[in-house]
Ligand binder design. Structure first.
Ligand code: HAM
Length: 430
């Protein structure tokens, strides 16, 4: 029979790696709490129209990468509906913001999320078809200050803090402004005109983009196109005064908070909802897929999906890529060992061993429970691999209440009264 495997581009996450995932999520939650963000959980699938209108029909994500299906009607009264596994979470958050009237409070909404996203991309290291994002959005009516450059700088400063607390060193923050919707439209036309004489010398994708969505030419990675791209007009020259001033204020606040950044004129990002500030944090250790996270401002997204005016800014970090980066930085993956392995001598002592394990686990210890049918040598071998110490439980120990404990790091074997066992096993450090 053929073996059924996980689908291409999806992965099982196993211990000990899952401990790293949990640590990353716990650190993110603790940082978000300090910046007064609350958690939002939106559905994993949505109406396809949300992404088409929100993210933009001409983007790669929408045109090539979505998992979309026609959901059959179950009853006569129901209609067939086109549904899509979410390729990103910002559109879902903004839909929820509109649906629940969150803007009516007049306050900024600061929401974070952690969860799976789905894109049918070509899988490679750091790029999967199911991947996890940790993201956050700050959104609200303009009267709540949602357009302020301070919000952009605060989000970026929070990200610098989060990466530092995760232990990710050596990141680079790249920053740009793509201006207002009007600036972008103007720039697209400037670019379209500039591309007419040169597009013929560029790659096939760029020739198509030059007509359909000129901005995307700036994302091209083909080496021979780079000298041509370098000569194209820069978006900064198409920004109006208000967008220029907004960007200058973001940079000034970052300077004040001592967040280091590099300006990148070509950072336009692959989603159509961006306005003004766009950014990415990259890490050299990741190879081709070097974006740890990306984000930016989306002042028109709520309007685009039928909501009230609600400017916002946010980001999403690729959790899979955070894990890869940390694994590369932390030389050896640390396997967490149990505090003790309990080795009953003979099957008859299995119930007593379970009772002892129960007692120690209640006392807060991490315990691996052995098996009485094992020879002592086998118990020792298993214990050495999984725990810092072995506790031997034979008839004598059970009767006397004095247990034999061997600590693997010191090599010492001692007799310990049952009442003192938990304290001894926890060790002096705790
Ligand atoms: P994005 O740049 O499409 O932005 O994705 C954000 C991050 O998700 C990327 O920088 C990368 O780390 C990770 N990522 C994307 N695709 C994959 C993949 N196939 N496999 C592994 N990781 C991946 C967004 O999704 C926006 N919603 C971010 C945002 C929030 N903008 C404003 N608010």
């Amino acid at each position: 029979m053929t073996i059924i495997k996980a689908v291409r581009g999806t992965r099982d996450l196993l211990p000990p790696e899952t401990a790293l995932w949990n640590r990353i999520e716990a650190t993110a939650r603790s940082v978000f709490a300090r910046y007064n963000f609350g958690e939002i959980r939106t559905p994993v699938f949505e109406d396809t129209g949300l992404f088409a209108r929100g993210v933009g029909e001409e983007t790669d994500i929408i045109s090539k990468e979505m998992y979309t299906w026609e959901d059959r009607a179950r009853a006569q009264s129901e209609k067939t509906q086109s549904l899509t596994l979410r390729p990103e979470n910002t559109a879902g958050v903004v839909r929820a913001y509109i649906e629940h009237g969150l803007g009516e409070s007049g306050l900024l909404q600061k929401l974070y999320y952690i969860g799976p996203q789905f894109r049918r991309e070509r899988p490679q290291k750091g790029r999967y078809r199911q991947f996890s994002q940790i993201g956050a959005e700050v959104i609200g009516p303009p009267s709540a200050g949602s357009e302020s450059p301070l919000r952009d700088a605060e989000v970026l400063e929070m990200l610098a803090t989060l990466l530092d607390e995760l232990g990710i060193t050596g990141w680079t923050l790249e920053l740009n402004s793509v201006g207002s919707a009007a600036d972008r439209a103007r720039y697209n036309e400037v670019l379209r005109a500039a591309l007419v004489p040169v597009a013929g010398q560029m790659c096939a994708d760029c020739q198509r983009r030059a007509v359909t969505n000129p901005l995307r030419v700036l994302d091209c990675k083909v080496a021979s196109d780079q000298p041509i791209i370098e000569t194209l007009p820069k978006i900064v020259d198409s920004l109006d005064d208000a967008s220029k001033a907004h960007f200058a204020q973001v940079l000034a606040a970052l300077d004040a908070a001592q967040v280091p950044y590099t300006r990148n004129d070509r950072l336009v990002r692959g989603l159509d909802y961006y306005t003004r500030t766009t950014f990415e944090f990259t890490h050299g250790g990741l190879g081709a897929q070097n974006a740890l996270l990306g984000g930016g401002r989306y002042d028109g997204l709520s309007d685009a999906i039928g909501g009230p005016r609600a400017p916002g800014i946010g980001f999403a970090m690729g959790e899979d890529r955070l894990v890869l980066t940390l694994q590369a930085l932390e030389t050896a993956a640390q396997t967490i060992k149990a505090d003790a392995f309990i080795a009953p001598i003979g099957e008859g002592l299995n119930p007593a061993a379970l009772a002892l394990a129960h007692e120690l686990r209640r006392a807060g210890l991490r315990i691996e429970l052995g098996e009485g049918s094992f020879r002592l040598k086998k118990s020792f071998e298993a214990a050495d691999k999984t725990a810092r110490a072995i506790v031997i439980l034979g008839e004598d120990e059970l009767e006397s209440g004095i247990l034999t404990v061997k600590n693997f790091s010191t090599g010492m074997q001692t007799k310990v009264p049952r009442a003192e066992l938990a304290v001894v096993l926890k060790g002096p450090s705790e």
